[in-house]
Ligand binder design. Structure first.
Ligand code: HEC
Ligand code: HEC
Ligand code: HEC
Length: 341
């Protein structure tokens, strides 16, 4: 027993990331064997790349941050990638050197903020979400054919135009009313939910974060910190109180007749999704009284969803009929009458 511990301990110490990250011997290995193709900066910008199909991997790209994790990097270095210029190195490098190179790539070249969260996020996604949402984020084949409503297509312009990171977090936490999308709060921690949502954004909605930031769609706490979901209850309360963007304010009194004339036929006078036309419609109009609606439809979200409508459903895009103020008014009526009465 004792002798085994002796054998295991030094290896464990060697594998510690900090000890190896700045290891100059490892950097020398990289420069000797890898940089000829992957470039001095790990970005694949080498002379050799011009002749290679597929080209050498750019470790610094967002795609690499999403796709590469340590086990995969180690496997690639050890065994190579058949049919490409990436040959296996296991006959020339020992396991310790291979692990040290993997560590170097992950810490020196790969996007630091995304490297770890992407790995965890992609694992959660693969374990819990891809069965319906598919590896491509467009929806698994069975689910787009068999579920009504079908899973959101994360890659679509429609989806981007109606979402914020916060709203996605609420939807994943509390689910979507009366759909196959159940809430994950019981099975995942708030941190895991935020991580998998960030993965969805990184992997399927490139540029979305910046765009949302520019449009003021991400909100900051008054103390200037980013939304971190440290306390889910206050966070939900904060989220549900967010005002409309651009200083727009809805008026529920003006919104009521708009709702009763245009929306009640599907969503019901009481907002329960059981208007006279609902019976004939599939997917069904949303029930605004459902817990999941009450945990995710804040004013900005209502405004976007009412304005943009839903493709492939009976929900029209009301921005073609109403002006911005009218959308705000009917949204305010829905919010104060059904969501937070
Ligand atoms: C002769 C050129 C060449 C050399 C030398 C080379 N690589 Fe590669 N490497 C490639 C190419 C080409 C790919 C892309 C293969 C693909 O896209 O499927 C690649 C891909 C990779 C990947 C990504 C694997 C994946 O799963 O996508 C890693 C990690 C990697 N190389 C590490 C290394 C390391 C570490 C070394 C040095 C020990 C090295 N490479 C040396 C050409 C090279
Ligand atoms: C059993 C199938 C199923 C699974 C599993 C599933 N989803 Fe969904 N998801 C759906 C469906 C169906 C919708 C569309 C609901 C709708 O139209 O409101 C959806 C919608 C969404 C939306 C958009 C919500 C909105 O407000 O429009 C997000 C974000 C999402 N899912 C993320 C996830 C994540 C992350 C996971 C894994 C933790 C996951 N889903 C697991 C079926 C599923
Ligand atoms: C012809 C029927 C119909 C009419 C009229 C209609 N809707 Fe809808 N609405 C739907 C359907 C169906 C859905 C659900 C789409 C889906 O499952 O993806 C929906 C979804 C919504 C959603 C999204 C809720 C969510 O959780 O994603 C909002 C908000 C909404 N409607 C508000 C309104 C408002 C406000 C009006 C009137 C201005 C209106 N709708 C008129 C059928 C209708």
């Amino acid at each position: 027993m004792k002798s085994m511990l002796f054998l295991i301990l030094p290896a464990a110490l060697l594998a510690s990331p900090a000890a190896q990250a700045e290891d100059s011997a490892t950097l020398q290995l990289y420069n000797e064997y890898c940089s000829v193709c992957h470039g001095d900066n790990g970005d694949g910008q080498s002379h050799a790349r011009l002749g290679l199909v597929p080209p050498p991997r750019d470790f610094t790209s967002p795609q690499s941050a999403v796709e590469l994790n340590r086990p995969r990097i180690i496997r690639a270095i050890r065994d190579g990638i058949p049919g490409t210029a990436m040959t296996g190195w296991k006959s020339r490098l020992d396991d310790t050197q291979i692990e040290a190179l993997a560590e170097l790539i992950a810490t020196r070249f790969m996007l630091p903020s995304t490297a770890s969260s992407a790995t965890e996020g992609s694992q959660i996604y693969a374990a819990y979400c891809s069965v319906c949402h598919g590896d491509s984020g467009k929806g698994a084949l069975w689910a787009t054919a068999g579920l009504s409503p079908r899973p959101a297509d994360f890659t679509s312009q429609e989806f981007r135009s109606t979402q914020t990171r916060d709203h996605m977090i609420q939807s994943v936490s509390y689910g979507r009313p009366e759909t196959a999308m159940t809430g994950w709060k019981k099975r995942l921690t708030d941190e895991q939910i935020a991580t998998v949502v960030d993965y969805v954004i990184e992997a399927f909605m490139p540029g979305f974060g910046d765009q949302a930031e520019a449009a003021g769609n991400t909100h900051k706490h008054s103390d200037g910190h980013n939304h971190t979901h440290a306390d889910p209850d206050t966070d939900l309360a904060v989220y549900m109180k967010l005002p409309l963007e651009n200083g727009l304010r809805g008026d529920a009194v003006r919104g009521e007749p708009l709702y009763q004339d245009n929306c009640a036929t599907c969503h019901g006078e009481e907002g329960d999704g059981r208007g006279p036309r609902a019976y004939f419609i599939n997917p069904k109009p949303r029930n605004f009284l459902h817990t999941a609606s009450r945990a995710s439809l804040n004013r900005p979200t209502l405004y976007r969803l009412i304005g943009k409508g839903k493709l492939r459903t009976e929900m029209p895009a009301w921005e073609k009929v109403f002006d911005a103020q009218q959308i705000a008014d009917v949204g305010e009526y829905v919010f104060t009458t059904f969501i937070q009465p």
